[in-house]
Design a protein. Structure first.
Length: 318
């Protein structure tokens, strides 16, 4: 069965995977940009709230609730529309950035830390929601989202470094984030209207007859009881997470989980150590003022290269 969409003359035409890839790339870019921009600005935010020595705490607050949000999304939000969850994630984005902006005005470090925590919640909720939504599209579309989230690191670090170099304040950098989240919602609505690329997006009643496209999210909600029957065997219906599910899945991914845990532990340990070293030295030159941002940019470039290398060389085990 081929994925199709309605054409003006009443016929059908192949669904535009290129459009979906670009939109998912933009979603991934915006979803993770706030995280990387705040991480790059951590040194300046801590300085402006009179707690520069506590600057490494920002990286922790941004990821502190990640596991909890993944579990909540899998256990309690599974029956909510993806659209609803994306709007909720956007609200967390707005609230988190607004709290950090307010903290700069009030010189409140706890408020800035709380804002980064809320922003991290939005990033995790948005990412886990889009990952679930991606399952309804053709596998080749997934590359768009992966590229967008990977490039967000370079974009965020480079964006903040550029603004700082031209004399823009931290507040201006954060305020400029807010319009991105409006675009985030609009892009998702557009993706929802594109429809599915498989049987549960375009309902084929019989061979040679295709009904009009329905938004993927609406189709999921209105046909929830029958989705599992309509979907092919390799596209099972979402199942609410449980302890037994986790145990079964963990047996399959324990090796990969352990490997990733080591990678991320080393990553954050290095970043935390470098941040600790930097806060102990006073700026002695103009280049030193940008040292933390430059380190962040180099780190994000390395992450992007590492993630992109998957298309060049694959290893079953490392």
């Amino acid at each position: 069965m081929k994925a199709v969409s309605s054409s003006p003359d009443g016929g059908v035409k192949p669904l535009r995977y290129g459009m979906a890839k670009c939109l998912f790339f933009l979603m991934g870019l915006i979803n993770n940009s706030g995280y990387t921009i705040v991480l790059s600005a951590a040194s300046d935010i801590a300085s402006e709230t009179n707690n520069k020595s506590k600057m490494p705490m920002f990286s922790g607050s941004l990821v502190l609730m990640a596991i909890v949000i993944y579990l909540i999304n899998s256990r309690f939000l599974i029956n909510f529309k993806h659209t609803t969850r994306i709007i909720a994630a956007s609200c967390f984005f707005f609230l988190g950035v607004t709290c950090i902006i307010t903290s700069l005005l009030l010189k409140s470090f706890p408020l800035a830390l709380g804002g980064s925590l809320v922003l991290g919640i939005g990033t995790t909720l948005g990412g886990s929601t889009v990952m679930g939504f991606l399952k309804t599209f053709d596998a080749q579309v997934v590359f768009g989202w992966a590229s967008g989230t990977g490039f967000a690191g370079i974009f965020g670090a480079g964006y903040y470094l550029t603004l700082k170099a031209v004399g823009a304040s931290v507040m201006i950098s954060l305020v400029s984030l807010l319009p991105m989240y409006v675009i985030y919602i609009v892009v998702f609505f557009r993706l929802n209207k594109i429809g599915r690329t498989h049987e549960n997006a375009i309902i084929e009643v019989e061979e040679g007859h295709t009904e009009s496209i329905v938004p993927a999210d609406d189709y999921l909600s209105s046909h929830a009881p029958s989705v599992s029957a309509a979907m092919p065997p390799h596209k099972p219906k979402n199942v609410t997470i449980s302890f037994s599910n986790i145990c079964q899945l963990y047996k399959l991914i324990v090796y990969y989980t352990f490997s990733l845990a080591i990678v991320y532990f080393c990553e954050y340990s290095c970043i935390g150590y470098l941040a600790h070293v930097l806060v102990r030295h006073k700026p002695s030159s103009s280049i030193h003022r940008f040292s933390f941002e430059i380190i962040q940019a180099c780190y994000q470039i390395g992450v992007f290269i590492g993630r992109s290398s998957l298309v060049v060389k694959k290893k079953k085990k490392v």
